[in-house]
Design a protein around this ligand. Structure first.
Ligand SMILES: Cc1cc2nc3c(=O)[nH]c(=O)nc-3n(C[C@H](O)[C@H](O)[C@H](O)COP(=O)(O)O)c2cc1C
Length: 438
């Protein structure tokens, strides 16, 4: 297992979350460099573009390009914002909380550099409500930074000012969707907005806004300190850098590990997470959080980067791997996920409101032994009606994609559930077979 190269490199120190711990390890160096002998905002954006950094919140959108969508301040003098997405509600994803808990000043410095680059007036950090310690740590970091002249008015005497505010979510997956998040920040129900208009033109309170994930912003000070070329020495050409891989499920050592993009999933699973637990075989795995789809064991050598995982029939998403061993049931796992999506659908779009409910019901009846042969086609038809691009936001896709993946890769298990009469019967039969074999 390799040592953390940069993302987790400061976290080993006990005081890593304090200003003293951060500055002792080179913290705020990049911001000081940018503000002291000012590096023009456009150059900062160019460096982030050159680095090839891609968003770590799910879609992998190039960060520098997103920043360049913000209107020219000279021509458009409106107040402008960034919302940092710390909602982290995608099942399996558990990396942003590590950053906020262990290295909150890194996030604060990233926000300030982004603010300089995009000419922001304020940054809002929208934190999942359950994340109490991470929230407290970021709040304390902002307070410390403010006291040290790093946040607020006339930062480090440069004339540049930026506020950072925090907001607690109330536990809704939909509030992680960028426009749902903005509605929620405005004090409304977290209903995603139709796009266009896009946030860069009409975001928070109708002002130009950029939304970025915590890990994305956390990468920025490293890039500005060490350069775009250094960043490109890690990862792949189209997905440079390292990422925080949260790996959970049936592995010996679940956790969050710093991994170069492009490392084969098997290597991450075996070398970082200790392999499939209890000496069992791999049955299925999800590469990037619950919405990215189940893959078969034959895809486990796929490099973990955006293009390779896409070519293997799934998505890199948030890089959160979920591992299922040979005793697990994909039908039951899909049921758990569909119940989640049904519960979390905001209900604005009928395809999603009705579709997630139907998917949950069909997986439930397969599970309960009331499944029918036609259910495979029924599931396919429902999922086709939900995605792609048929709704205001991608929550509908997030339910349809894993459904399609089960139909593509584990149809035999659905057929087994229909034939044997549901979950209990399937499990009994498998246990009997395992007993006979041993
Ligand atoms: C239903 C739904 C939930 C989402 N939840 C999150 C989340 O919790 N955190 C996150 O960063 N992005 C989430 N996203 C993606 C955001 O909409 C957005 O693309 C992301 O924050 C952009 O940041 P990035 O460019 O830095 O990746 C979600 C998207 C959808 C459709």
């Amino acid at each position: 297992m390799s040592h953390p190269t940069y993302l987790m490199s400061r976290m080993e120190r006990e005081d890593s979350h304090t200003l003293a711990g951060y500055e002792a390890q080179g913290g705020y160096k990049a911001l000081r460099k940018i503000l002291t002998d000012p590096i023009p905002p456009q150059s900062v954006i160019e460096t982030v573009k050159d680095s090839g950094l891609r968003g770590r919140g799910g879609a992998g959108f190039p960060t520098g390009l997103k920043w360049s969508f913000m209107p020219d301040r000279e021509k458009d003098p409106r107040t402008r914002y960034m919302a940092v997405n710390a909602d982290e509600s995608e099942p399996g994803t558990c990396k942003d909380r590590v950053i906020m808990r262990e290295d909150p000043h890194g996030l604060v410095e990233g926000c300030l550099i982004a603010a300089w680059a995009m000419g922001l007036d304020a940054v809002y950090i929208y934190v999942r409500g359950e994340y109490r310690l991470p929230y407290d740590r970021v709040a304390a970091a902002i307070a410390e930074a403010r006291a040290a002249g790093l946040v607020g008015q006339d930062i480090l005497g440069s004339g540049f000012s930026c506020e950072i505010h925090m907001h607690k979510g109330a536990g809704a997956y939909i509030c992680g969707e960028e426009t749902g998040l903005m509605e929620s920040l405005e004090g409304k129900r977290g209903h995603p907005r139709p796009k266009p208009p896009f946030p860069a033109g009409f975001g928070l309170w109708g002002q130009p806004t950029t939304v970025n994930n915590v890990e994305t912003i956390f990468n920025v000070p490293f890039i500005m300190d060490r350069g775009a070329e250094w960043f490109r020495t890690m990862g792949t050409e189209k997905s440079p850098g390292n990422f925080l891989c949260g790996i959970s499920g049936h592995v010996e050592s679940p956790g969050v590990y710093e991994v170069p993009l492009g490392m084969p999933a098997r290597q991450i699973m075996d070398e970082f997470a200790g392999g499939v637990w209890k000496g069992r075989e791999l049955k299925a795995w999800i590469p990037g959080g619950s919405s990215t789809g189940f893959l078969k064991p034959d895809a486990i050598d796929t490099p973990m980067d955006h293009d390779s995982i896409k070519a293997a029939g799934s998505m890199f998403g948030t890089g959160a791997m979920i591992v299922l061993d040979e005793t697990a049931s994909v039908v039951r796992s899909a049921l758990v996920l569909m119940n989640f999506y049904e519960h979390e659908s905001c209900g604005q779009c009928s395809q999603c409101r009705e579709g997630t409910q139907w998917l949950a019901q069909v997986f439930q009846r397969l599970h309960d032994g009331e499944g029918r042969e036609e259910d495979l086609e029924l599931l396919r038809g429902i999922a086709n009606g939900m995605a792609p691009g048929k709704t205001i936001c991608a929550l509908s896709d997030a339910a349809a994609i894993p459904t399609h993946s089960v139909l593509r890769n584990f149809a035999d298990e659905i057929e087994e559930y229909v034939r044997e009469g549901g979950h209990e019967a399937v499990m009994k039969k498998r246990q009997a077979l395992a007993g006979a074999a041993s």
